[in-house]
Write a protein that binds this ligand. Structure first.
Ligand code: ATP
Ligand code: AMP
Ligand code: MG
Length: 190
């Protein structure tokens, strides 16, 4: 049985931290950052220089890169693929889906994992990460993003037929969050 876990969550919640830890305890696991795949092509086209510039492009351009990335990831044949990605993107044109119908169908996830944390934790993680340019959003704005994430998650679950797992990434507890992901994937194999 091939496992394809799509791990999502709002910016700065800790997806990359959690999946990096999870993949190291999964034999045959391969990690892929959807944003990195998009960025490689965007750089080749000289559209942007860094990952946080992707969401500033027109939706038409982002969509083109998104479709290419989905196709590339869909072709990966590893026994366990963990995709680090987003349910929606805050663009200048409005919230835009990270997993529209064709993208989620192409990637054929067996599991959907939503990483969550409290608005306070997310605000401090966004502010504290000097390596990234993350949008500054109010406490209420973060609550809205968290609620929106659950809505988009349910849609992706229905479109793909994959179960949705919600994992809390509490402060200082990313190891625990990673082990919840690992346990869920292990449960898929009798
Ligand atoms: P993006 O969507 O922008 O890629 P992300 O969800 O991948 O964000 P990370 O880069 O993994 O988020 O984490 C954001 C910041 O929060 C990092 O500085 C990371 O070290 C920190 N962080 C992640 N998880 C925790 C945790 N459980 N406790 C404390 N800090 C954490
Ligand atoms: P990340 O490092 O996960 O934040 O990814 C970098 C950027 O890639 C994100 O901020 C988005 O602009 C873009 N990105 C990642 N996943 C998707 C997706 N599924 N659809 C569209 N854009 C995405
Ligand atoms: Mg990340």
């Amino acid at each position: 049985l091939k496992l394809r876990a799509v791990v999502v969550g709002i910016p700065g919640v800790g997806k990359t931290t959690v999946v990096d830890k999870a993949v190291s305890s999964l034999e045959g696991g391969k990690l892929v950052s959807f944003g990195t795949v998009m960025l490689e092509e965007a750089k080749r086209r000289k559209w942007v220089k860094s990952r946080d510039q992707l969401r500033g492009m027109t939706v038409v351009r982002q969509r083109e890169l998104q479709t290419l990335a989905a196709r590339k990831i869909a072709g990966m044949r590893d026994s366990i693929v963990i995709v680090d990605t987003h349910l929606f993107i805050r663009t200048k044109e409005g919230f835009w889906p990270g997993l529209p119908y064709d993208v989620v169908r192409a990637m054929r996830p067996t599991h959907l994992v939503l990483v969550e944390a409290s608005p306070r934790e997310i605000a401090s993680r966004r502010a504290g990460d000097a390596a990234r340019y993350r949008d500054v959003v109010t406490h209420q704005g973060l609550e809205e993003e968290l609620a929106l994430a659950r809505s988009y998650l349910a849609v992706s679950s229905t479109l793909s037929g994959a179960p949705m797992l919600i994992v809390a990434n509490a402060e200082g507890k990313s190891d625990k969050a990673a082990s919840v992901v690992v346990e869920a994937l292990r449960s898929a194999r009798p």
